[in-house]
Ligand binder design. Structure first.
Ligand code: HEM
Length: 413
């Protein structure tokens, strides 16, 4: 027997049902009950170890230790990752591909994204005056146009409404089963066809190499070859889709500006600093990726427990962001905690942890923070209120949205 007894077993045969019905707090609750930041159970009848906290982040994200292959539910993979894409690669192959993504995130390009977003927001907000809008719906369009323009794709030449529906459905329905899931798969297939034709066209006309689309089309992998059309298209969607997903954080930011206005009004810093701190606290506290799964590649010991190749581990991202041992007053919305810090704390992992290049940590993290900071600034400039509505966010929807979106009444002036 190679598993040490230091990690407790959860009573019961399988935790799939409890995880899906309790949602985000499931792992933390069990950790609290067992008095342990790790426990063993089964998910979909497969043995799994759940982990939370900064120490678990360090263990899980040690370079070379884990692979993402075979670590996510088979229904989620085609919607969020795509075979042959960066998430499925390991070692040197992964690093060469990952560098392409990280090269897109130079400060000047992040500023460009922010500028494009501000323009798209202004253009859309012009038509909101004196009306009640569904912010979630409005933001999908803004984010899709922002994503296309940032990639060097002219929204005027494409069917933005269809792309917006496809891209938003991919992340919104990743946790779904049944007809909603099949519909999402169908929309994804349609979007992939569109992305493949864009890659092919870009290669035919030999440019523009400087744009995101161009960089993707002409990137060479470790083997010195270009990605095949199918993989390049998937990587394009791996940029467009999550930019649209940032829109969900924009909705959460509006939710926070309303629900947490007392905490925010007390802040006295300049607008940029306040907005950035709010953006960071939204990323910490609001639910998005509940957890990330990995399979062990190289055996290792963690606090006296032994993990062998093939073992399945699931790191609790949400629970680490909410960990009472890591965060003072962990459940309170307190943007001040992010003021004046020069690096991201190890316990802030809404987009994964560890090293960006050597690991699978999200390369879009800086872009997310920039776009969200700009969104908070724009929301703070706009005169709006929330009409009476149910603002609760279901804990077992990945990611959640208030029932019927977020209705926002924008003042006529
Ligand atoms: C709503 C905002 C976002 C959230 C919550 C998010 C979250 C995540 C998470 C949890 C991972 C997996 C980390 C791991 O496997 O250890 C990831 C990976 C990834 N994200 Fe994001 N992300 C967001 C925005 C973005 C943006 C804006 C981009 C690109 C423009 C992006 C591109 C990617 C890519 C390419 C990967 C795979 C990286 C790899 O396997 O090395 N994401 N993201």
């Amino acid at each position: 027997m190679h598993h040490s007894q230091t990690i407790p077993h959860l009573p019961g045969i399988d935790s799939t049902r409890a995880f899906l019905s309790e949602g985000y707090p499931f792992i933390s609750r069990r950790c609290d009950e067992l008095g342990s930041d790790a426990f063993r159970t089964r998910l979909m009848l497969r043995p799994v170890t759940f982990l939370r906290g900064p120490d678990a982040v360090r263990g899980f994200y040690r370079a070379g230790r884990m692979t993402r292959r075979g670590a996510m539910p088979p229904t989620v993979v085609p919607l969020l990752q795509g075979k042959g894409s960066v998430q499925s690669l390991d070692g040197a192959e992964h690093q060469v591909r990952k560098k392409m993504f990280l090269d897109l995130m130079a400060p000047v390009r992040l500023q460009q994204a922010r500028q494009i977003f501000a323009e798209e927001w202004q253009a859309a907000a012009g038509s909101w005056r004196g009306r009640e809008i569904d912010l979630s719906d409005a933001v999908d369009g803004i984010m899709t146009r922002t994503a296309l323009r940032w990639c060097g794709i002219d929204p005027g030449q494409h069917d933005v409404a269809s792309r917006s529906r496809e891209l938003s459905t991919m992340f919104a329905e990743a946790g779904a089963l049944g007809p909603a899931y099949l519909q999402a798969r169908w929309l994804r297939a349609r979007c992939e066809r569109w992305a493949r034709s864009l890659i092919a066209e870009t290669r035919e006309v030999d440019g523009p190499a400087g744009s995101t689309l161009g960089k993707l089309a002409f990137h060479t992998d470790l083997d010195g070859r270009r990605m095949n059309e199918d993989v390049a298209a998937k990587e394009l969607l791996n940029i467009l889709r999550p930019i649209v997903a940032v829109g969900r954080y924009v909705v959460f930011a509006a939710h926070a500006l309303h629900v947490q206005r007392a905490a925010i009004h007390a802040m006295t810093e300049d607008d940029e600093h306040i907005s950035r701190a709010i953006a960071e606290e939204v990323r910490r506290l609001y639910p998005f990726f509940p957890a990330i799964g990995g399979r062990v590649r190289e055996a290792f010991d963690w606090h006296g427990a032994r993990f062998e190749p093939g073992d399945w581990l699931v790191l609790d991202l949400y629970g680490t962001n909410h960990d009472p041992k890591t965060w003072d007053d962990a459940e309170s919305f307190c943007p001040e905690r992010h003021l004046g810090r020069d690096r991201q704390p190890e316990g802030l992992v809404p987009q994964g942890g560890g090293d960006y290049l050597q690991n699978h940590r999200c390369p879009g993290e800086w872009l997310t923070t920039e776009l969200l900071t700009e969104a908070v600034m724009q929301l703070r400039k706009l005169d709006w209120t929330l009409p009476e509505q149910n603002l609760s966010l279901p804990e077992n929807q990945f990611p959640p949205l208030p029932e019927g979106g977020l209705r926002v009444a924008v003042s006529p002036n």
